[in-house]
Design a protein around this ligand. Structure first.
Ligand code: NAD
Length: 337
């Protein structure tokens, strides 16, 4: 499908999922080069990429996807033959307090990147330049674009979009722009919508790192509302394998949902983490779970997300391989270190 000897541009590679993707992809594709473009916002950290920084097939560029000129220069200078686009503002709570930057980065930034790729790779709608034939744009998105579920049902690739937070609205908008470049210009795009990821290298503001951090520093472990909101948890290393598979195997214009088959209430998750911490790092007395405290609910908090991943399972033969408890244990050990 993609030309295997070329350079791909990864955006947001210093963040959580991107920094798990880059080492995996470089190892799996020994002929390929990666350029990682990241603005190093508060969420990006080059420490996450220490294992690849001396790899001759890896290069980092500090820069912002809102900067169109820079994007054009990168496409011109580096003969980019594919894009895997992770860069985004990604924290729902921040989107409630400061939505503007979510629109700028997630919507306008995605548009800039897509349009720079389009102008470089294609000479007219549905006409790729010969040297860029098959170049692909892979957009990483979220299950939150589908809105909130009740107690039953699952999001499929056909579920209508109904985003509820400024974050999910900005991701939904960016998905739509990507979709339009496929339908209007014949660009080779793919979109993946995944559930909540967990694993090493996640920013400390997110739920699982927060629970661990607060627990071991003997602070209250804050859980929104009544703790009954349900999320599906996907181990990040299962996710990067799915991304790699979709990037190399999917049909142009395709969309895949990726989920971990590990649905649980936030309170159950907090209790599981506390139980594992009780084993790994016991307190002098009592359990970490005694520190769990319910706090005022997040505004507009979606009740439940759940993914039907049968399309990627049947078409691309992918499944989430990790067992939740084992992968959670690995994750906790990483943060304790
Ligand atoms: P993250 O917040 O950990 O990392 C985002 C990265 O993007 C950071 O390195 C940051 O510096 C960079 N970035 C932000 N704004 C930028 C800009 N304007 N220009 C260039 N770089 C910029 O995010 P993540 O958790 O790794 O998520 C990656 C992608 O996956 C996002 O698109 C997110 O919407 C999506 N996603 C994440 C999850 C999850 O559970 N983490 C779930 C579903 C979808």
């Amino acid at each position: 499908m993609n030309d295997l000897n070329k350079t791909i541009l990864v955006t947001g590679g210093a963040g959580f999922i991107g920094s798990n993707f880059i080492p995996y992809y470089l190892e799996q594709n020994p002929e390929q080069h990666i350029i990682n473009l990241d603005a190093l916002t508060y969420a990006g950290d080059l420490e996450n990429l220490s294992e690849v920084e001396s790899n001759p097939r890896y290069q980092f560029i500090k820069g912002d996807i809102r900067n169109r000129e820079l994007l054009e220069k990168i496409f011109q200078d580096h003969n980019i033959h594919g894009v895997v686009h992770f860069a985004a503002e990604s924290h729902v709570d921040n989107s409630i307090s400061n939505p503007g930057v979510f629109i700028e980065t997630n919507v306008n930034g995605t548009f800039n990147l897509l349009d720079a790729a389009f102008k470089t790779w294609m000479k007219a709608p549905f006409e790729y330049r010969e040297e860029f034939r098959d170049c692909r744009f892979h957009h990483i998105s979220t299950d939150e674009v589908y809105g909130s579920l009740g107690d039953t049902g699952y999001f499929t690739e056909k579920t209508p979009y109904a985003p509820n937070s400024p974050y999910s609205a900005s991701k939904a908008a960016s998905d739509m722009v990507v979709r339009s470049y496929h339908h209007t210009y014949g660009m080779n795009t793919v979109i993946t919508n995944c559930s909540n990821n967990y694993g090493p290298k996640q920013h400390k503001e997110k739920l699982i790192p927060t629970i661990i951090r607060k627990a071991i520093s003997r602070e209250d472990i804050p859980i929104y509302g009544n703790g009954k909101n349900v999320r599906d948890w996907l181990y990040v290393l299962d996710h990067v394998k799915a991304i790699s598979l979709v990037y190399t195997e999917a049909k142009a214009g395709d969309v895949y949902n990726i989920g971990g088959d590990a649905e649980m209430q936030n309170i159950e998750l907090a209790q599981k983490i506390c139980k594992l911490l009780d084993e790994l790092k016991p307190k002098d007395s009592g359990s970490y779970s005694e520190q769990i405290t319910f706090v005022k609910d997040r505004a507009g908090h979606d009740q439940r997300y759940a993914i039907d991943a049968s399309k990627i399972r049947s078409q691309l033969n992918w499944k989430a391989e990790s067992k939740f408890e084992d992968a959670l244990m690995e994750t906790i050990k990483f943060y304790l270190k």
